[in-house]
Design a binder for this molecule. Sequence first.
Ligand SMILES: *[C@@H]1O[C@H](CO)[C@@H](O)[C@H](O)[C@H]1NC(C)=O
Ligand SMILES: *[C@@H]1O[C@H](CO)[C@@H](O)[C@H](O)[C@H]1NC(C)=O
Ligand SMILES: *[C@@H]1O[C@H](CO)[C@@H](O)[C@H](O)[C@H]1NC(C)=O
Length: 384
Amino acid sequence: MASKPSLFLSFCFFVVVSVPSFVFAANANSYPLRVGRNGEFKILQVADMHYADGKTTPCQDVLPKQVIGCSDLNTTAFVERMIQAEKPHLIVFTGDNIFGLDATEATKSLNAAFAAAISSKIPWAAVLGNHDQESTLSRGGVMKHIVGMKRTLSQLNPPPPAHLIDGFGNYNLEVGGVEGSRLQNKSLLNLYFLDSGDYSTVPSVLGYGWIKPSQQLWFQRTSEKLQRTYKNKPEAQKAAAPGLAYFHIPLPEFESFDSSNFTGVRQEGISSASVNSGFFTTMVAAGDVKAVFTGHDHLNDFCGELTGINLCYGGGFGYHAYGKAGWARRARVVVATLEKTKKEGWGAVKSIRTWKRLDDQHLTTIDAQVLWSKSSAGKPLLMV
Ligand SMILES: *[C@@H]1O[C@H](CO)[C@@H](O)[C@H](O)[C@H]1NC(C)=O
Ligand SMILES: *[C@@H]1O[C@H](CO)[C@@H](O)[C@H](O)[C@H]1NC(C)=O
Ligand SMILES: *[C@@H]1O[C@H](CO)[C@@H](O)[C@H](O)[C@H]1NC(C)=O
């Protein structure tokens, strides 16, 4: 892809057309996602399903006694069990949804991969990994297919003028306040989805792709707009609403931790791009994003905090993805909880917590931790 002209174009659009915020905003009062009546919003992250052809596609890296009778259908069963156990408000698929090289027909594979989410009737969103385009559809083709599927909130890219952006599947979703509460017309939690690319197309740079300046500019503009709206009347809020970012390839900053300062495990290297395109710095400067969730490295499942942002892996989910025999496939859950007072009812997000579940008999919960809380913002976090 010729990134220079598109970059240049998107830059011009941003600069020339200084658009009032209402042009971008969907009808602010009709949120497709809202905090539940219990004051919680729960997200299930499914990383690296690596779906191929279904029951004829074998499992990788399972114990010898688990090989027979193991296929993509075990990945489907795990999605179903997680949905049943957690009843999330949103399911987010963070890329390598299908393993294109082994998927005979991309549309069939995508349909099968997301079938469990669709039949659960829970809204879902997806981004692309580096393997999704390796079957019969291009990256754009895969994302277009996903956007057309039932019950998805995935989008191809932002609406004009920001649509001239690198990659496919850059979009944001707002989570409205509890219906009927005083903050029902505000987005209390902002979700950002980005296409972290597949492989470098710059001959002198080897390895994986990265989040490009055009995407960062879109993120920056979107974050600014959301923060402005949140702080506007009525019910003007003082601090920004917390944000969460979901994409596939970890940032180079995931290297910042060791077992003394992360929760979870690191069992393989951090396969980020070999260059740093600065997205971490862009997020720190924007100030609203409290946690980032990626996949890509199936044997890493940690969260570590750097400069106020938690960098988290989802942990390998799919059975046709590489893994480690005897080390259970897993999924990450995130919950944002609102504060509540007698006088004013539901308020802003008070805390963001996470845990993982293992695909064992009891879907064992591990590594529960607080990622962010309003009272400790800016101070070092205490583990719970
Ligand atoms: C895969 O699913 C089959 C059928 O339910 C089950 O018998 C088997 O134990 C599962 N394998 C793994 C590794 O979970
Ligand atoms: C939210 O917006 C709707 C529709 O515009 C309006 O009827 C309602 O009064 C607003 N509620 C609050 C609490 O701001
Ligand atoms: C984590 O601890 C290691 C030393 O064990 C240190 O080098 C590193 O800077 C720490 N990382 C963060 C983000 O605090």
